[in-house]
Design a protein around this ligand. Structure first.
Ligand code: ATP
Ligand code: MG
Length: 465
């Protein structure tokens, strides 16, 4: 909510600058304009490292700008997540200038300039695919569906601006003049708070289907509407996400849910039909058991809060929540043919393997998710011998938090009773714990006492014969 509010509150100062910017005569949408206007924010708002990298490149005779989302965020008076630099220097040239540089990426070669607490990402201006389709060096290649396999054709600043995804992501800030160049009428769309694709969505989403997820994420983060032309194409093209390497989709999934506005992003994904593409088993469970949305929403809400409080978060917890119902569904079916633990192990493997085909789940994370789930079953078993072992389990804390989440999100009386029991158990001194263990060993004794007690109290009980 805060984000949406902040996005609405463009200050008077910024609006005045936007108005004075040369946008009145800007050409039709998606044709390159060259609106140039003084930056309405202080240069102190930009990371000194990003400025240093930009100025060093300029001093060496290259053109260089701070670009993309960081300038968009500053125009919206939001704190940028990171700062990117774009330049006409080639990756090898960048490496020669900065000893602290590492070149990464194959599909899209990028230079990372490493500082103590920050990495500044430097990209070389990209060229246009259609103009270079038959380029002898094949620096841009696409598959039959129009998806770019490699995208390392370099070009001019104008081409680079057109290669970016949304108009509001195509600002170029020059620290030496303290001005912003807006090639794609992004200022207009900032004012109307709309995500508009540069070029035709049908082509741009085919080139890189991840742009659909970026649309969902940025719409949630900024509180911007997604342009209707993009929405239409998402409906038609969303299954193209299956051609994106699962490892890249995992990285994007982390960005969707672990950037502090996961709850909002989740609802945008649902609205755009992207949840059923990315997490089909989750979407199916939500259809069958709508109230299971509560657990996911609560997990996302808690994660957002933790991020805002600068606390640690793990994607394992969220994945455990997203895939909990699908795993339980499997477990129910398998329990009919095998005993509890083999059924559990098979169900966990099946659920994770299915999801991994779409968004990779790194092995360490998969083990973490399995631990969270398995401990839920062991919580319910309360096997006296393993009670204290469970408390010492490296993922006990996450599993216990998951149990609390289940209890809070209306999973039923059993989850609530278990959560109360485990809260009491872990907070009790050794003596009390032994007592609780004895109670588990002799449940009949306690149950019978309770039953007798209840019978006595209940006015509606039939008289004992
Ligand atoms: P965030 O606030 O999450 O950092 P961002 O827009 O800055 O959002 P980045 O992933 O940091 O996102 O990318 C930096 C810039 O690179 C974007 O603003 C955009 O101009 C460009 N970009 C990133 N991904 C793509 C893509 N898939 N297609 C086209 N342009 C992209
Ligand atoms: Mg960024």
């Amino acid at each position: 909510m805060k984000i949406v509010k902040a996005a609405k509150q463009l200050t008077q100062k910024a609006i005045a600058y936007f108005k004075s910017a040369k946008i009145a005569n800007s050409p039709a949408k998606n044709q390159l304009s060259h609106a140039n206007f003084p930056a309405p924010f202080s240069s102190k708002m930009i990371s000194p490292q990003a400025i240093k990298v930009t100025q060093t490149l300029q001093q060496k005779g290259f053109s260089a700008y701070v670009v993309g989302g960081s300038i968009r965020d500053l125009l919206l008076e939001q704190k940028p997540k990171d700062f990117d630099v774009a330049t006409n220097a080639k990756p090898e040239e960048i490496r020669k200038i900065f000893p602290n540089c590492r070149l990464i990426g194959r599909r899209f070669r990028i230079a990372h300039i490493l500082f103590r607490y920050e990495i500044v990402e430097v990209t070389t201006f990209r060229g246009m695919p259609d103009k270079t389709k038959n380029h002898p060096t094949h620096q841009i290649r696409s598959n039959e569906q129009g998806m770019l396999i490699t995208d390392n054709q370099y070009g001019t600043i104008e081409e680079d601006a057109e290669r970016r995804d949304f108009t509001v992501n195509s600002f170029y800030y020059d620290p030496s003049t303290h001005t912003i160049i807006d090639f794609c009428s992004g200022v207009e769309d900032l004012k109307t708070r709309k995500l508009v694709m540069i070029g035709q969505p049908s082509i741009r989403l085919r080139e890189d289907p991840v742009r659909m997820l970026r649309a969902a994420r940025l719409s949630a983060k900024l509180g911007f509407a997604i342009d209707a032309a993009i929405e239409v194409e998402i409906k038609l093209l969303r299954t193209l996400l299956y051609s994106v390497p699962p490892a890249r989709l995992f990285d994007e999934a982390v960005k969707l849910f672990l950037m502090g506005y996961g709850e909002k992003t989740f609802s945008v994904l649902c609205q755009q039909g992207l949840l059923s593409t990315l997490y089909p088993a989750t979407a199916e469970s939500l259809q069958k058991i709508p109230q299971s949305a509560q657990l996911i929403q609560q997990a996302l809400y808690n994660t957002d809060q933790r991020i805002h409080d600068h606390k640690k978060v793990t994607p394992a917890f969220l994945y455990a929540a997203l895939l909990w119902q699908p795993m339980l569904h499997q477990l129910e079916q398998r329990k009919a043919i095998e005993s509890l633990f083999p059924a559990l192990y098979h169900s966990m493997s099946h659920t994770i393997t299915q999801q991994t085909k779409i968004t990779a789940i790194p092995r360490v994370l998969a083990l973490y998710i399995r631990d969270i789930w398995e401990i839920q079953i062991r919580f319910a078993q309360k096997s006296p011998k393993s009670l204290d072992l469970l408390l010492e389990h490296e993922h006990f804390r996450a599993a216990y938090d998951f149990l609390l989440l289940r209890a809070e999100s209306g999973e039923g009386d059993e989850a609530r009773e278990l959560a109360a029991w485990w809260t009491q158990y872990q907070n009790s001194p050794a003596e009390k714990r032994r007592e609780m263990q004895k109670e588990i060993k002799n449940p009949h004794k306690k149950n019978n006492q309770r039953k007798r007690h209840r019978r006595k109290k209940s006015p509606s009980s039939p008289p004992e014969s």
